[in-house]
Design a protein. Structure first.
Length: 252
């Protein structure tokens, strides 16, 4: 089994200056030499190496150096706790450039991009499927990330990120960056209208109370009674757990 400790190099952190109210921040572009293992960890069998970008590659954001990943099924590589914190809560989109040279529609390379808390007990994730051998820029809007099965993780509490592979294969990676949102916005959260449309289509209606919002397409629902029952449930819950506080915005 090969380990990520073989031929490892350090990854660089490069921040681009803010040029407008919405801007891109480079998280990693693989430019500086050093030890990869100082910032990254990987599961057994994974092989990572920083290599030069071939002269024939012509894809935006891919230049000078890139990361070669030879992945095993259910393997991963992830940023270490000392990796500079990324502001996922302020980003509209996670972007990176990838190539899977042996990928095809019949045999795609499938992995998850995961963002998780420091203790790795809760995470958000998006599935990525590479089904052709060409270079591509993957864009993952933060508002559509899914949650781990048993826990909700606010974007403000995310600390680390990882690539976890569902199957084996080779991948080249470069230019991981965040597209920042305008100041004082919540780019990673869906609005009540967006949630209603996704779940119920155009027939959905939104009834908003103090602490909850009921989204429904049911004609027989009595919104005032439903919201009152939810508020009563919350009051009982907070009475049992006085160290907690009521939500600062309606829960859908």
């Amino acid at each position: 089994m090969r380990s990520c400790t073989s031929k490892l190099f350090c990854l660089a952190l490069f921040t681009m200056p803010c040029v407008s109210s919405s801007w891109a921040k480079m998280v990693e572009n693989f430019e500086q030499p050093g030890r990869l293992g100082d910032r990254w960890t990987a599961s057994q069998g994974m092989y990572l190496e920083r290599i030069e970008v071939p002269a024939e590659v012509r894809h935006e954001g891919v230049e000078r150096s890139m990361l070669q990943v030879d992945a095993v099924a259910d393997g991963y590589f992830a940023s270490k706790p000392n990796f500079p914190r990324c502001r996922f809560h302020a980003a509209t989109t996670v972007k990176f450039r990838v190539q899977a040279p042996k990928a095809s529609a019949q045999n795609p390379l499938v992995f998850e991009f995961q963002v998780y808390a420091l203790e790795r007990k809760a995470w958000r994730w998006r599935k990525v499927s590479i089904d052709s051998p060409e270079w591509r820029t993957v864009e993952l809007p933060t508002r559509y990330f899914r949650h781990s099965p048993a826990a909700y993780l606010p974007w403000e509490e995310t600390r680390r990120f990882a690539f976890r592979f569902r199957n084996a294969g080779r991948m080249y990676l470069d230019a991981i960056e965040l597209e920042d949102a305008s100041f004082l916005t919540r780019p990673g959260e869906l609005s009540l209208k967006e949630i209603s449309t996704l779940a119920l289509g155009e027939k959905g209606k939104i009834h908003t109370g103090r602490h909850f919002a009921v989204l429904t397409d049911g004609a027989r629902l009595k919104p005032a009674e439903a919201l009152a029952a939810l508020d009563q449930m919350l009051a009982s819950f907070l009475a049992d757990f006085p160290e907690l506080t009521a939500p600062d915005k309606p829960i859908p």
